[in-house]
Design a protein around this ligand. Sequence first.
Ligand SMILES: Cc1cc2nc3c(=O)[nH]c(=O)nc-3n(C[C@H](O)[C@H](O)[C@H](O)COP(=O)(O)O)c2cc1C
Length: 206
Amino acid sequence: MAYKIAIIVGSLREGSINRKVARSICRLRNDNLNCSMIEIGELPLYNQDLDSNPPPQWTRFREQIAAADGVLFVSPEYNRGIPGVLKNAIDVGSRPYGKSVFDKKPAAIVTASPGSIGGFGSNHQIRQAAVFLNMPVMQQPEAYLGHVSDDAFDDSGCLKEGPLKDLISVLAHAFHDWVEMILRSRQLLAEDSAHAAQQAKAREHV
Ligand SMILES: Cc1cc2nc3c(=O)[nH]c(=O)nc-3n(C[C@H](O)[C@H](O)[C@H](O)COP(=O)(O)O)c2cc1C
């Protein structure tokens, strides 16, 4: 089954290696991951005073996330943490209180960097926020992509054949299965409770 995936890239840079990784994931699984890149560069900074009259960019962003079956974060690390632009998007989607569009959405996190530790710090800060937001986050494979440079990509901006593409392919397959497992189990549980409620009602009438 194909799932709608919202991809949020934590870099606004035109030649972003993270955007290229995200694009490669879309290409690799375009059979059953229906990916949309959700743009976050124009989101006004989150301000709780605006919750009662939100800027149109916030509303659109929230609608785009709400329509997705799952969310994939692909981000650089800035100063060992989440880039501000991504943190802002997470904050915007998480509010107003009790109406977070991230709630229960299956998620995965990929971080890529030319550095050797592959954005580990940023990856885990995103994970920390996702856990708080009640998003079931895929545990494995972890994706701290280190030593990534423009050389890893072809002219169309997608990963060239090699170990990095192999890892991303495994991750894309695992994410599809993760989303399927979460959504399908939730559906089965809902069917079970509906069935149990029906049986209880039937017993009342005996
Ligand atoms: C403000 C800033 C802070 C950075 N901090 C880190 C860092 O903590 N760890 C790291 O691996 N790279 C760091 N970098 C380098 C980025 O990983 C590199 O610029 C990368 O290409 C950014 O991702 P992008 O290509 O997707 O834009 C930093 C870059 C900037 C601009």
